[in-house]
Design a protein around this ligand. Structure first.
Ligand SMILES: [Zn+2]
Length: 182
């Protein structure tokens, strides 16, 4: 009998990595079923509430959300609202805001989690590792000393998603009220 607590990465925002994860079902799943939207999760997420879409901050042309398949706790993504695949298709305004939100996310994550490093990046195209290659997204992965040591151990059954709502709440509350960089 299949264990309903285990889900594959089909149909969720983020970058599917093939691992199954142990979690309590998230409302995002139901939202997707109700709307019948089986298309792009990065286009779908902003249509619902911040809680359902795990959205941390909504900018003018781009937004910040948690990756449902985090490499580390606090792994966020910055996406343009527009459905464009590659970085060179982004407008100057999108490039500027994605950069700005990336900087703010780093500061918020550092403040909230005490991380001491980051991996930033965009995988462009399936061949380059993009899980959802049709919609541009920038990864921001907080890093701590020695986190690489436990990552392979917990990767198979991460009990993360119950915590995703809490992480979203924490980051959203710590997000500065002004987005103007100093
Ligand atoms: Zn899209």
């Amino acid at each position: 009998m299949p264990d309903s607590r285990f889900e594959t990465s089909e149909g969720h925002p983020g970058t599917p990595d093939g691992f199954q994860r142990l979690w309590t079902p998230h409302r995002m799943v139901y939202l997707a079923q109700e709307t019948g939207h089986v298309g792009c999760p990065f286009c779908t997420a902003p249509e619902g509430s911040d809680e359902d879409g795990l959205i941390v901050f909504r900018g003018t042309v781009s937004y910040v959300l948690l990756n449902l398949y985090p490499y580390n706790s606090g792994h966020v993504l910055v996406c343009p609202y527009r459905h464009v695949a590659t970085y060179d298709q982004a407008t100057a305004e999108e490039v500027a805001e994605i950069g700005e939100l990336t900087q703010i996310a780093m500061r918020v994550l550092r403040d909230v989690s005490g991380c001491v490093g980051f991996n930033l990046g965009m995988n462009q195209g399936e061949v380059a590792g993009a899980g959802i290659e049709e919609h541009l997204h920038q990864h921001i992965v907080p890093r701590w000393r020695n986190d690489a040591n436990f990552f392979p151990i917990i990767a198979q059954t991460k009990a993360i998603p119950r915590l995703l709502g809490e992480v979203r709440e924490q980051l959203a509350q710590a997000w500065p009220t002004t987005t103007t960089l100093e």
